[in-house]
Design a protein around this ligand. Structure first.
Ligand code: MN
Length: 259
């Protein structure tokens, strides 16, 4: 029995892009500690929408805040890179990033610090999960539902690992746990923002541009991530890091020869 417990107790790195003080991160760490030995290594402040940025032009400072809790004055990707190389006592069995305040669906994942932390883990060969909760600004986050499904995903990955070069992008509707209909395995949808670049002026008449708050148009296919979450399901998308459009290689070759 003891042997079984030890076998199941993997080392898990918990991170996010909302910063070390985010309630979603703490909720995630509490849940992960039920099944594994968790280290929390997260940015010292909110770093949402930094994508996969790596800090290379200044040194990074790591602060040990509590036992197995560290903050880094850098990006989520920095946290994973420094964590794996210098903080963790061994290679973790899993990296979990989240619980992000706001969904990471469709093309938004290319901006996401939450997903990028999982990308960094995947590059280093550590199975990784990104978890986000869909918010509309009217309700406080139901972290307990995201925690529940995050633990299911973590258990799944600790048992089965993940296909090569692949992470799980988990998005949870902001509903009480009992109202969530279940899990759907989905594909990444397309999204276009309209009118998200706003012109504004300083009191001295200087013109600035402020990006955000546009109206998003989503592709609503039956099997998409956005559709699942809108219907009250948890969306789990396997994300592949190889961005190659393999079919387009043949297309390129054919067209290129015709030049
Ligand atoms: Mn965020």
């Amino acid at each position: 029995m003891i042997e079984l417990l030890l076998m199941n107790k993997g080392l898990v790195l918990v991170t996010n892009d909302d910063g070390i003080h985010s309630p979603g991160l703490m909720a995630l760490a509490r849940s992960v500690r039920e099944i594994a030995d968790a280290y929390v290594i997260a940015p010292d402040r909110e770093r949402s929408a930094v994508g996969h940025a790596l800090t290379m032009h200044r040194p990074l400072r790591v602060e040990n805040l509590r036992e197995q809790v560290y903050s880094v004055n850098g990006t989520p990707t920095d946290c994973v890179a420094v964590g794996l190389a210098k903080i963790l006592p061994q290679k973790p069995s899993l990296i979990v990033s989240g619980i992000n305040r706001g969904a990471n669906l469709g093309d938004d994942i290319t901006y996401s610090g939450t997903v990028s932390a999982a990308i960094e883990g995947t590059i280093f060969g550590v199975p990784s999960i990104a978890v986000s909760i869909m918010l509309d600004g009217t309700q406080p986050p139901h972290y307990e539902a995201a925690q529940h499904y995050c633990l299911l995903a973590a258990r799944f990955v600790l048992k089965n690992s993940l296909p090569y070069d692949t992470l799980l992008n988990v998005n949870v509707p902001n509903l009480p746990l009992r109202e969530i209909k279940g899990v759907k395995f989905t594909r990444q949808s397309k999204r276009i923002y309209d009118g998200s670049v706003h012109e504004t002026a300083s009191p001295w008449g200087e013109i600035f541009y402020w990006i955000g708050g546009g109206k998003p148009y989503w592709e609503h296919g039956e099997d998409t991530d956005i559709n699942a979450v809108m219907e009250g399901y948890v969306s789990i998308t396997p994300i592949h890091l190889d961005l190659t459009n393999n079919k387009a290689i043949g297309w390129l070759r054919d067209k290129w020869n015709g030049i």
